[in-house]
Design a protein around this ligand. Structure first.
Ligand code: ATP
Ligand code: MG
Length: 271
C-alpha cells in the first residue's frame, strides 16, 4: 500500500475548523453561524467564512442584505479584491463574516485554488476560523479541509447522512485533518435510523453535540439561536462545542468511551 506524505500546513495562529457533511441540508450553515457567534460571544476573534461558493446562503441566513455585499469571496478568488475588503461585521465585534457572492458571474470568474491561501491569510489575525463548506464531494470542500485543523461533521440520523459523512471524514483523514467530532443535528427527528452510540460506532468519532429539531432555528429577524434563545438546548449544545474548542471544558462524565478516547488523544486545552 503506498504511503501518503503528510500535507504541509503553513504556520498560523487561528484554529481553523471546517464544518462539513457531504449530504446537503443537514444543518452545516445553521451550525456554523451559531458556533461562530458563540465563539465571538466568548471573546474569541472569529471569522465565519462561506466556502459554499456556488449555493452560498450564509450571509442571507445572517440577515446581511445582498446589495450591501460589494466585495465577496468571489472577487477575492478572482484576484480582483484584497481579502480584507470581503469582511463584514455581524452580531458581535469579535465576529467577522466572509460571504460568498450570489451572482453566477462571480461564481464563474473565481479561481477556487486560491481558497487555501485566503484561509491562511485570515488565520494570521483571528483566534478561530469557522468554514461553512458546501454539500457534495468537491474542490471547495477539499481545499477548505486542506487548510483546516479540525473537521466537525454535522449529520442527521439518517442513512444518506451516514454514508456521505463517512466520505468526508475519509477525505479529512487523508488531508491530515483532526476529526473533532460529530454534531448530530435533528437527532429527535421522526423515525431516526441511528442512535448516538450507533453513530459513534459507525464513524469511530465522538458525538460532541446533539441538536434537537427546533422549528425556531431560523427566525424572521435572523438572530441565531445562541443569541435569540440562550437558555435553549440548541444554544447549550453549541456552547459546549465552542467551549471544547476554546479549551474551557473537559469532556463530561457521561461522554461515551469513544468520545473520551478521542478527546484524550486530542488535547483540546492545547489548541
Ligand atoms: N435543528 C434544526 N431544527 C429545525 N430545522 C433545522 C435545524 N437545523 C437546520 N434546520 C433547517 O434545515 C434547513 C437546512 O439547514 P442548513 O441550510 O443549515 O443546512 P446545510 O447543511 O447548510 O444545507 P446545504 O447543504 O444546502 O448548504 C434550513 O431550512 C434550516 O433552517
Ligand atoms: Mg449550507
Amino acid at each position: 500500500m503506498p504511503v501518503k506524505a503528510p500535507v504541509e500546513k503553513a504556520a498560523k495562529r487561528a484554529v481553523v475548523i471546517a464544518v462539513g457533511a457531504g449530504k446537503g441540508g443537514t444543518g452545516k450553515t445553521t451550525f456554523s453561524i451559531n458556533l461562530g457567534v458563540a465563539l465571538a460571544e466568548m471573546g474569541r476573534r472569529t471569522i465565519l467564512m462561506d466556502a459554499d461558493a456556488s449555493m452560498s446562503n450564509l450571509s442571507t441566513y445572517m440577515g446581511i442584505e445582498p446589495h450591501t455585499l460589494k466585495t465577496t469571496l468571489h472577487e477575492v478568488l478572482a484576484g480582483e479584491a484584497e481579502p480584507d475588503k470581503a469582511v463584514y461585521k455581524a452580531f458581535n465585534d469579535n465576529l467577522r463574516v466572509v460571504p460568498s457572492g450570489l451572482s453566477i458571474e462571480g461564481f464563474l470568474k473565481m479561481d477556487r485554488s486560491l481558497l487555501k491561501d485566503v484561509i491562511e491569510y485570515f488565520s494570521r489575525d483571528a483566534d478561530f476560523i469557522v468554514i461553512d463548506t458546501p454539500a457534495g464531494y468537491n474542490k471547495e470542500l477539499a481545499l477548505s479541509l486542506a487548510a483546516s485543523d479540525h473537521l466537525i461533521l454535522v449529520l442527521n440520523p439518517d442513512e444518506g447522512s451516514m454514508t456521505d459523512g463517512l466520505k468526508v471524514q475519509e477525505m479529512a483523514r487523508i488531508l491530515d485533518v483532526n476529526i473533532l467530532g460529530i454534531v448530530l443535528n435533528r437527532y429527535d427527528m421522526k423515525n431516526p435510523f441511528f442512535s448516538r452510540s450507533q453513530v459513534e460506532a459507525h464513524f469511530g468519532s465522538p458525538v460532541i453535540a446533539m441538536l434537537p429539531e427546533e422549528p425556531g432555528v431560523r427566525r424572521k429577524d435572523k438572530v441565531p439561536s445562541v443569541l435569540a434563545a440562550p437558555s435553549s438546548r440548541m444554544a447549550a449544545e453549541v456552547y459546549h462545542v465552542a467551549e471544547l474548542l476554546a479549551g474551557q471544558k473537559a469532556p463530561s462524565e457521561s461522554t461515551s468511551f469513544v468520545s473520551r478516547l478521542m478527546l484524550a488523544l486530542f488535547n483540546t486545552a492545547a489548541i
